[in-house]
Write a protein that binds this ligand. Structure first.
Ligand code: NAD
Length: 269
């Protein structure tokens, strides 16, 4: 078993936001490892395009802001594939307008805050609630995508980071309640990852500032995050639950100020 534990043959996974950058890479990797994957996204046309490329993939339209739509996503997956082994809650409210609207708490718009929590937190909760009986039957698991911004403070994205911190706690609560029934629940916390929506929302100067803090030679790619998700979703992670796997190229692992410190030394200071 250990040798093939990373394989996903016979498993059925839902990837929300599966038509996006990280979700798309994860759908590709899971199907390559043998899973049947539901690509669930509000961007249905893009979900259909990707599903056409991937053997064993199926596109579904979902709006995480709409509780009924989220419940339907799980039920339609069962109707289509007959089982559910992995729920990957990856979709989130993102984009250039969102990044501009989401600053600090003092200037926060209440409706924007509520929408962020409706999509990111309530949507994730309803997906988990609906999926849990089926995951209990399959001894399956949940992987939630959060962010390193949910673990450390920043001067941007107060609503987004708070919503993702709530998902971390939901991850632990589900792991604690359902581990006894054989259901695992983990989170992956990407650092800045180069996806089309990231390129749209963050100018090069800001991306370079974050890149300077990584311990690698580049920012993360969607495929890097997909590998972490696929590990947590697989039997290779059978003894891992209630955890947050930080996947940020080491950005959050070091003492603050590494980038200017490195620049100072490089300049002969
Ligand atoms: N890219 C990064 O730098 C980064 C860093 C940390 C965490 N993340 C997280 O990774 C995940 C994927 O991000 P990405 O960079 O691939 O972004 P993306 O925009 O490429 O993907 C997000 C997907 O979610 C879908 N979506 C948005 N609202 C939805 C809704 N209401 N219902 C259903 N689907 C909806 C979008 O259509 C899109 O396909 C998100 O949870 C994000 O918070 C990304």
């Amino acid at each position: 078993m250990a040798q093939d534990a990373i394989r996903m043959d016979g498993k059925v996974a839902i990837v929300t936001g599966g038509a996006g950058g990280i979700g798309g890479a994860t759908a590709r990797l899971l199907t390559a490892r043998g899973a049947k994957v539901v690509i669930a996204d509000i961007a249905f046309a893009r979900a259909i395009d990707l599903a056409r490329e991937l053997p064993g993939a199926h596109a579904l339209e979902v709006d995480l802001e709409d509780p009924q739509s989220v419940e339907n996503m799980v039920e339609e997956t069962l109707a289509h594939f007959g089982r559910l082994d992995v729920l990957h809650n990856n979709a989130a409210l993102l984009g250039p307008d969102v990044a501009l609207a989401d600053t600090d708490v003092e200037s926060m718009d209440t409706a924007f805050w509520d929408r962020t929590f409706a999509i990111n937190v309530r949507g994730t909760m309803i997906a988990c609630r609906t999926a849990l009986p089926h995951l209990r039957a399959s001894k399956g698991n949940i992987v939630n995508t959060v962010t390193n911004l949910a673990l450390q403070g920043h001067i941007v994205q107060a609503a987004y980071s708070s919503s993702k911190a709530a998902i971390i706690q939901m991850t632990r609560a589900i792991a604690a309640s359902h581990g006894v029934h054989g259901v695992r629940c983990n989170a992956v916390a990407p650092g800045m990852t180069v996806t089309p929506s990231l390129l749209e929302a963050f100018p090069a100067g800001l991306r370079e500032a974050v890149e300077a803090e990584t311990l690698r030679d580049r920012l993360g790619a969607p495929e890097d995050i997909a590998e972490a998700v696929a590990f947590l979703a697989s039997d290779a992670a059978r003894n891992v639950t209630g955890e947050v796997l930080v996947c940020d190229g080491g950005s959050a692992s070091h003492v603050p100020g590494l980038a200017p410190f490195r620049a100072f030394l490089a300049a002969g200071g």
